[in-house]
Unconditional design. Structure first.
Length: 338
């Protein structure tokens, strides 16, 4: 290869890496602000109403992208998808949305960011495909100390109920993450599997619609702020971000891309302070730093089998979005996010 050709290849690689970093940064920026958007919507919508409309919009977008129906192997495989819809769509986001009615968006955003801990613990116990080292548990303890600091001022008030629900949401997400590992073996079309998961989530939330007094209230979407925030959650966080994250993984690799996940709680706190005017005390700042440090430390204490590590290194991994459901792959790095 000539020097000119080598320089051309190097420029192309650099351009691809830059695009990858932009896609990753865009994705975590959206995921980090979903808690703020939900908090704004809670003024006019109940938690179950936000849940329903968000995933109805997300499903319709994904259906437009993949209208064809894909058959699975049988009822056992369909049951796995249904379980993913129950845990990753209905329970996780219902807990998260209700938590936001009791506590701040900052608290919820930081607390649910610890879902990789629960995912690693459950994965190690059920799948036995990940060895946890003492460093992992040290990171877990550090992050829990951070959460205690963040929640300290809410003790004795309804705020602690919201913080507890956020922890429950993170724990539920672990079951979803383990299920998506199995689902990734059934269908390699992420959009199809995510669409199917959303569909089951919508079906399984029907009982909750009656129990929690769901109201259609379509007239509320006449408010441009409500419409914009709901579209942001449904189209941006629930349907589009898994695609931009997948592109980032392909361009950068799973390891480099997953490092962006640690920005999510920081973005959430910053957006909550700027948009919602939530307090930012020194205690909360220390709690955020401890939680993020614990997350980083715990990642160093996780060991994956060589075959899985190689697959992730090839860029075939995805992430769970704190603000969206369903990018199955090697790496459960996100809250999803969320």
């Amino acid at each position: 290869m000539s020097a000119r050709e080598a320089a051309k290849v190097a420029r192309a690689a650099g351009g691809s890496a830059a695009r990858g970093h932009l896609f990753a940064l865009f994705t975590v920026a959206v995921w980090g602000t979903t808690f703020v958007a939900t908090k704004v919507l809670l003024v006019d919508f109940a938690p179950i109403e936000i849940l329903f409309y968000r995933f109805l919009i997300g499903f319709l977008v994904l259906w437009a992208c993949r209208p064809r129906h894909v058959r699975l192997g049988g009822w056992r495989e369909e049951a796995l998808v249904a379980a993913a819809g129950l845990t990753g769509v209905v329970l996780y986001f219902l807990f998260e949305n209700i938590a936001l009615t009791y506590t701040t968006a900052s608290n919820v955003g930081v607390i649910v960011a610890v879902n990789p801990f629960f995912t690693a613990l459950l994965s190690s116990a059920l799948l036995r495909d990940e060895k946890l080292h003492p460093v992992f548990f040290a990171g877990f303890a550090l992050a829990m100390a951070g959460i205690v600091l963040i929640s300290w001022e809410g003790l004795g008030t309804d705020g602690v109920v919201g913080d507890a629900l956020a922890v429950a949401a993170a724990a539920v997400w672990a079951f979803y993450a383990v299920l998506t590992r199995k689902l990734s073996l059934l269908c390699d079309d992420t959009i199809q599997m995510t669409k199917r998961t959303f569909a089951w989530g919508l079906v399984l939330m029907v009982p909750a619609l009656f129990l929690l007094d769901f109201q259609f209230g379509i007239e509320r979407f006449a408010d441009p702020v409500a419409a914009a925030n709901m579209l942001f959650l449904g189209v941006g966080a629930s349907a589009a971000c898994f695609a931009t994250w997948g592109i980032a993984v392909k361009l950068l690799g799973a390891v480099k891309t997953s490092a962006y996940i640690y920005l999510v709680p920081v973005i959430t706190v910053a957006a909550s302070v700027l948009v919602l005017g939530e307090p930012l005390t020194p205690q909360i700042c220390v709690g955020v730093v401890l939680t993020c440090a614990g997350l980083v430390l715990s990642e160093r204490g996780k060991g994956a089998p060589p075959a899985e590590a190689a697959a992730c290194g090839d860029g075939r991994a995805g992430a769970e979005a704190a603000g969206g459901a369903g990018v199955p792959g090697c790496e459960e790095a996100a809250p999803d996010r969320r």
